[in-house]
Ligand binder design. Structure first.
Ligand code: ZN
Length: 436
């Protein structure tokens, strides 16, 4: 099966950020076969031809940190103090079932596809069910089964995630879209022995690790009191910092911490909107990016970042770092698009597979339409994407060579049925909430 996308501007995000004004992308099976100026002689007979109608053809965006099974709790307790321990953990204990995780995940995947996300990194419970939803939708996922020191919705035992992940490994180890991962929840929710065990198992099973790190003010104090060091130093000591690790947030990191992240090759997921909403602080993500630390953008879960697309985050990411540095030149739109695409791939250590439009990489490609009112005129394509685009401008999504959304229509699953199933669960949550 071949797909050709033409009549658009190709933003490649390759090593020299090549742009082809009258560009063409040729996909053969799951792989990019050609990227360059339009060349009709290369179009194979019988290929499906997609006319980009002057839009922007670019790499699919990469959401480096989320919890997609939480979408049916969206807008609950948004501004409650100490929300995580007082509200979120008890809420999950009461309501999170495999059925909820499946429909909530598929609902989130709807929003992610409609916003041009082609890869996501997830940390949650019943992660094998998240995998079922991702495969149904056709979206690439690095899926981390949560490990915590207390019983979770999918296990009665503290640290039961070590056992639960076997399901994920057994079913999905070789799946072309799914990469099973270990997700130690945070430095404050595992003891040192189990942090070390996580690092050792990830090595033994040859899988990635996803974690929250240096996110909460109480976390910094607790780790200092317990261990006399920072959370980043603790992870380093436990053997968790490496090219297997993607650490979400990294807000309260000092120069010593940043040096440890850099020398270990750890990837960082920057969740600017969720961190602002939680009044947590601004991660020195730009400084880390400029030092060469692999860094991508994340939404965080739908209770933290609320919307699940990256397009809404592009402008935030630029503006907050400009304001933080009191300098409008520090965060040009090229850097933001880099973080949202190839930067995200580097942060998840999959840059050899996706993140840019380069011959030989997997075909994760989107078309952003330039027909909406705000997308005219365009003198700078990166500026238009960062400061003008909305997720509704994403027109077409291809993942691993498969056409997932065409002209805003999702082709892999029934969007209406997904909403109807999600609604049934939400009605039940609303009924039960009175007793909560
Ligand atoms: Zn998170």
């Amino acid at each position: 099966m071949s797909i050709v996308i033409n009549n658009g501007v190709v933003i490649t995000m390759d090593s020299i950020k090549s742009i082809f004004e009258k560009g063409m992308v040729l996909i053969k099976n799951d792989t990019i076969n050609y990227v360059g100026e339009e060349n009709i002689s290369l179009i194979p007979r019988g290929a499906k031809i997609i006319n980009a109608k002057g839009g922007i053809i670019m790499p699919g965006m990469i959401n480096t940190h989320t919890h997609i099974g939480m979408s049916l709790f969206r807008t609950l307790a948004d501004d409650t103090a100490d929300r995580l321990k007082k509200y979120l953990f008890p809420l999950e204990k009461k309501f999170v079932t495999p059925e909820l995780v499946y429909w909530a995940s598929l609902y989130s995947l709807t929003e992610m596809i409609e916003g041009g996300t082609t890869t996501f990194a997830d940390m949650y419970y019943f992660e094998d069910i998240v995998a079922d939803a991702a495969i149904k939708a056709g979206v690439r996922g690095i899926l981390g089964e949560s490990i915590l020191n207390f019983p979770a919705p999918d296990t009665q035992e503290p640290y039961g995630g070590f056992k639960y992940i076997e399901k994920l490994l057994k079913s999905y180890r070789k799946h072309p879209l799914i990469t099973p991962a270990l997700a130690p929840h945070a430095p404050y929710s595992l003891d040192f022995e189990n942090l070390k065990k996580t690092a050792a198992l990830a090595e033994e099973w040859d899988i990635p690790i996803l974690s929250h790190l240096s996110e909460m003010p109480f976390e910094i104090k607790q780790i200092e009191d317990e261990y006399g060091m920072s959370p980043v130093e603790l992870y380093f000591k436990a053997g968790l910092l490496s090219t297997r690790m993607t650490a979400a947030h990294c807000i309260y990191v000092d120069n010593k911490d940043i040096a440890l992240l850099k020398t270990s090759g750890t990837g960082v997921a920057h969740n600017v909107a969720a961190n602002l909403k939680g009044a947590k602080g601004i991660s020195p993500a730009l400084k880390m990016f400029d030092m060469g630390i692999p860094i991508g953008i994340g939404t965080d879960g739908p209770m933290s970042g609320n919307t699940m697309d990256l397009v809404n985050l592009l402008g935030y990411t630029a503006k907050i770092h400009k304001l933080d540095n009191k300098d409008r030149t520090v965060m040009p739109p090229t850097k933001v698009i880099e973080m949202a695409t190839i930067g995200g791939a580097r942060a998840l250590h999959i840059e050899d597979k996706t993140g840019s439009l380069v011959k030989g990489k997997k075909a994760d490609v989107i078309i952003v339409s330039t027909e909406s009112t705000a997308m005219f005129p365009i003198y700078d394509y990166y500026s238009a994407l960062v400061y003008c685009a909305s997720p509704r401008d994403v027109n077409t999504v291809i993942i691993n060579g498969d056409l997932i959304m065409e002209d805003r229509k999702i082709k892999t699953f029934n969007k209406k049925e997904t909403k109807a199933e999600a609604e049934k669960i939400v009605i039940n949550i609303k009924k039960e909430l009175g007793n909560f």
